[in-house]
Design a protein around this ligand. Sequence first.
Ligand SMILES: Cc1cc2nc3c(=O)[nH]c(=O)nc-3n(C[C@H](O)[C@H](O)[C@H](O)COP(=O)(O)OP(=O)(O)OC[C@H]3O[C@@H](n4cnc5c(N)ncnc54)[C@H](O)[C@@H]3O)c2cc1C
Length: 204
Amino acid sequence: KEFALSGSEQNPDITAKDRKAVLRDRLLGKGAPAPVQAFLDHGADFVTARTLEDLVGKMNGLTGKSLLDAAEVRRQIEARDLQLANPYSKDSQIQGIRNARRYIGDRLGRVASPHRILDPEAGPLIGVRLSVLTRKTLGGIQTDLDSRALGPDGTPVGGLYAAGEVAGFGGGGVHGYNALEGTFLGGCLFSGRAAGRAAARETA
Ligand SMILES: Cc1cc2nc3c(=O)[nH]c(=O)nc-3n(C[C@H](O)[C@H](O)[C@H](O)COP(=O)(O)OP(=O)(O)OC[C@H]3O[C@@H](n4cnc5c(N)ncnc54)[C@H](O)[C@@H]3O)c2cc1C
């Protein structure tokens, strides 16, 4: 269910804005939407198994190295599962899940009911190989209101402009300190426009 709820951009019911289908197929029913299921069935980075030992074996198989020790993974997951049974758990992730579920929108649409990871009813277990990438640089080149790049002394470097993410317009900056989702492109376009206008003025 966690997979059915996350990956909303792969959920045709949600992208087609078909509210009835979302309720019928995803929240009341079981299973993941077809495109998400396709990741499970065919994804080169996905492994599924019924037992933890089997899963860890397949995860190690993905990398060709025995990076994970099944006994250690079991120890950690069992410790986490124990905390789930504790209504006063101090585990910050479990507290975070419980907190998110206090809002009905998140409870219905985004966060699956908390359950023990090793609960056989909640299976199969799924492992996904992650790849590290740089998503947000938040800039580095200081600019003025004409998007002219400024040197270490704070004065414009002749003929050099900087716009978009490299100039700090991808989140942060104009949209506050936090790089909130969806706030990047506007600032990138805005600073590009300012740079283009200033460059045109300079060369006119
Ligand atoms: C997965 C993902 C999802 C995102 N979703 C959103 C969203 O929903 N809403 C939103 O507002 N923002 C989103 N963003 C952020 C937004 O897409 C970027 O901030 C924005 O596209 C940056 O635009 P840019 O032109 O400044 O830089 P880029 O688009 O990174 O362009 C820089 C270009 O410079 C080229 N380049 C680098 N080095 C050299 C070199 N030496 N010589 C020549 N060319 C070079 C690169 O190849 C690249 O084409 C997302 C970003 C990612 C990665």
